[in-house]
Design a protein around this ligand. Structure first.
Ligand SMILES: Cc1cc2nc3c(=O)[nH]c(=O)nc-3n(C[C@H](O)[C@H](O)[C@H](O)COP(=O)(O)OP(=O)(O)OC[C@H]3O[C@@H](n4cnc5c(N)ncnc54)[C@H](O)[C@@H]3O)c2cc1C
Length: 294
């Protein structure tokens, strides 16, 4: 059974951040879709005295393109992402991760901010967002600040968010035509399964040279991580089969997987090697196709 807690339902973002600011030493948590938090409360892994629900704050549930940026409100659900043509066009890896996220019922409530804030290295929306160089907007009663997602996590389930801050939005630059973005989730099943290894790749190209490479790895380190040495090998070069193989091996070297109930560390390293190779080769092929078409 649940321990008792007070539930507050603010009607606006202003009310929500003021409610968070009034915590006065009371253990207060934010409630979004509840698909992670309510499981933790039921298992008594967390015992909050007060929950601030975001359920009535519609301004946090949106996907919009403003100038060169695409912005997703923090209460946007996985189902909203799946329905969005804008995400399909400008964040293909994020759309791909939403397709293999949980089952339909969880997708209908699970939010993008909840996925980031729960801090799991296996959180499926995070590798795609990391590969897109996304920023996280954190808001409290005094204002807001923007933190690159790459700097958001500081350790296993640790992040830079202060207790009085809400994640209010996630945004990234609309990628140009010469940019390809892919994701693959390796798990026991296609849906409703915790990720064994998740890889997201973004490549940019100009004149046959890889101008940008992002390789984001999920479930193979205490936090979702970038394989920066592998990225550096790809950037500035014309990608060949040999170079892609070398960079994929480097990504496998860089990750720090553990043995657990779902897979051994060795298997996860092998998966990083194979998936990085497959996704980089696929993204590079996408870019060539785009060049031929344009
Ligand atoms: C059956 C099942 C299947 C699942 N499958 C997957 C899966 O395939 N892939 C995957 O990645 N996850 C999966 N999950 C985990 C969970 O659904 C996701 O992490 C989800 O995105 C959490 O979002 P939520 O809105 O439900 O967050 P909540 O449960 O409401 O909150 C999670 C945490 O985030 C904090 N939080 C929420 N919103 C904010 C905010 N705006 N600002 C600051 N902090 C905030 C809360 O305080 C809490 O600590 C699954 C869970 C279940 C129960």
């Amino acid at each position: 059974m649940f321990a008792e807690f007070d539930l507050e339902m603010p009607n606006s973002l202003d009310e929500a951040v003021l409610a968070l600011a009034r915590s006065d030493g009371i253990e207060t948590l934010t409630l979004a879709g509840g698909s992670s938090l309510m499981v933790d409360i039921r298992a008594r892994r967390v015992v909050p005295e007060r929950l601030i629900s975001l359920a009535r704050i519609n301004e946090l549930r949106r996907i919009e393109i403003l100038g060169p940026r695409i912005t997703i409100g923090s209460r946007t659900t996985v189902s909203d992402i799946l329905r969005s043509n804008q995400v399909a066009e400008h964040g293909a890896a994020l759309a791909a991760s939403a397709e293999v996220f949980a089952g339909q019922m969880v997708r209908n409530v699970a939010t993008v901010a909840g996925n980031i804030a729960c801090g799991s290295p296996a959180a499926d929306l995070v590798p795609p967002l990391l590969s897109l160089d996304a920023d996280v907007v954190l808001t409290n009663a005094s204002g807001f600040r923007t933190v690159p997602l790459a700097d958001y996590f500081t350790g296993f389930k640790q992040d830079v968010r202060r207790p009085d801050e809400l994640i209010t939005a996630i945004s990234w630059d609309v990628p140009g035509a010469k940019c390809a973005n892919r994701f693959y989730k390796l798990a026991r099943r296609k849906g409703d399964a915790i990720t064994v290894t998740g890889v997201a790749v973004t490549l940019g190209a100009a004149n046959g040279v890889c101008t940008k490479a992002r390789v984001a790895l999920g479930a193979v380190a205490p936090i979702v991580m970038r394989a920066r040495a592998a990225e550096a090998m790809l950037e500035g070069s014309t990608l060949t089969v040999e170079l892609i193989e070398e960079a994929s091996l480097k990504a496998a070297e860089e990750c720090q997987p553990i043995d657990d109930i779902r897979a051994s560390a060795d298997y996860r390293r092998h998966a990083v090697h194979m998936l990085t190779r497959r996704l980089v080769a696929g993204a590079w092929a996408d870019l060539h196709l785009a060049t031929e078409v344009s």
